[in-house]
Design a protein around this ligand. Structure first.
Ligand SMILES: [Ca+2]
Length: 405
């Protein structure tokens, strides 16, 4: 599917070069802390020669907060972030169904990477029935096997007794925003907790330098013409998603499904199309138990999806279960912190109509160019750069003795 907005107002890069250099560590006075950071810097030098003339400034130490639903591709995204910016990740919040269990699993992943000092807190949650019944999201919503084959049975039993939802993450996020003038948020799940906090304390939006959003829409053909309809993360909480897009002062970058489907047309990173990435994961798993557990989590998730949606067998392939992942969440991390992966951006206004639901696909979205908007839409993504950053980040993580138990 190709769903470009032909009339879009396009901007090559709304982020000033010094900011890009800064993000990539090219103006960092401190030495790079990992091979991954060094390589990201080298890549940037190749494409941004003008950065070489910039005066050195203090490196980017902006705290990062991640909101995750701990699906298999979130696990990959977390590994990437920890490899690229081990000192900047300040808080992880877990959300949607089984958010307590997801918190335990995120803590376990951090422990395995010797990063247990990063706090993880439980956010909003519920059961599959607490979320809108959109057919395309049903299989994901009804998955109930997080932690199977990873956590022992008594731990899983104890977890089942815990509250399904919590405001702990909102409390922790408030604390981070109150004590920092500039925080970046990586939103790899529905925005329920972030929006609730900003509705309660809108002044905290000025402490957020950018929200990197995995969300958006696809173009669905209807008898009346093509319509934009939300995908999973926005399907799960359309009201919070709509409200987030209405905070005028909040800089947001949207990695929409319709663009990532063009950059990654098979929608599955697997041996047939990205052999280097799968080989890298296989190799990393020998030293990193957190990758071995990604294989376990992925196998359970992939088989569930293929059981529920037989058409996915063609895209995923039973033989690839546990050895493939969706590129969306990892792409957000790469795009956020190696910004040259974003080949084109468009400033837009986005409106979500939560009252207009097509139960087969999602809620109606309207997008229009707007030069004064603080919302930028990723319009084209560099999957080649993604591959290079990915391989290097996992190689670095595997070689780092601190990360290998
Ligand atoms: Ca996710």
């Amino acid at each position: 599917m190709r769903e470009r907005h032909k009339e879009s107002h396009q901007t090559n890069s709304p982020i000033p070069l010094p900011a890009i250099c800064n993000r990539l560590g090219l103006m960092n006075t401190k030495p790079a802390t990992s091979l991954a950071q060094t390589i990201v810097g080298v890549l940037a030098i190749l494409v941004l020669s003008s950065c070489n003339n910039a005066a050195p400034v203090v490196g980017d130490t902006t705290p990062i907060v991640i909101i995750t639903d701990m699906e298999p591709d979130d696990r990959i995204a977390l590994h990437l972030l920890i490899s690229l910016f081990p000192e900047r990740v300040n808080l992880i919040g877990t959300t949607v169904m089984h958010s307590y269990r997801k918190m335990v699993l995120a803590e376990r992943l951090l422990q395995q990477l010797n990063m247990a000092h990063i706090p993880v807190s439980q956010g909003s949650g519920g059961t599959a029935n607490d979320y809108p019944d959109v057919v395309s999201s049903r299989a994901g919503r009804e998955y109930d096997l997080e932690g199977a084959g990873i956590l022992d049975r008594s731990t899983l039993r104890n977890i089942a007794k815990q509250a399904r939802t919590s405001k702990n993450f909102q409390t922790e996020l408030r604390r981070i925003l109150n004590s920092n003038q500039s925080v970046e948020i990586i939103l790899l799940a529905p925005p329920t907790d972030l929006t609730a906090l900003l509705e309660e304390s809108p002044e905290l939006a000025t402490h957020i330098s950018r929200v990197h959003v995995m969300g958006g829409w696809t173009e669905v053909k209807q008898s009346t013409g093509a319509e934009l309809r939300t995908t999973y993360n926005w399907n799960m909480d359309p009201i919070a998603s709509k409200q987030l897009l209405m905070f005028d002062a909040l800089p947001i970058t949207i990695y929409s499904s319709h663009v990532l489907h063009v950059s990654f047309p098979t929608r599955s990173i697997q041996r047939a199309n990205y052999p280097k990435l799968i080989e890298q994961l296989e190799s990393s798993s020998k030293r990193l138990p957190s990758i071995a557990e990604f294989f376990i989590a992925g196998s359970s998730w992939d088989n569930h999806l293929m059981d529920r949606i037989p058409a996915l067998e063609k895209a995923i392939g039973r033989e690839n279960a546990g050895r493939q992942f969706g590129p969306a969440d990892p792409a957000v991390v790469v795009g956020a912190f190696a910004p040259e992966a974003i080949k084109k951006r468009t400033l837009v206004k986005v409106r979500l109509d939560e009252k207009d639901l097509d139960p087969n696909s999602g809620f109606r979205v309207y997008v229009e160019p707007s030069a004064d908007s603080k919302i930028e839409l990723v319009d084209s993504f560099d999957e080649i750069l993604f591959e290079r950053v990915f391989v290097d980040a996992f190689e670095s993580l595997s070689l780092n003795p601190a990360a290998a138990n």
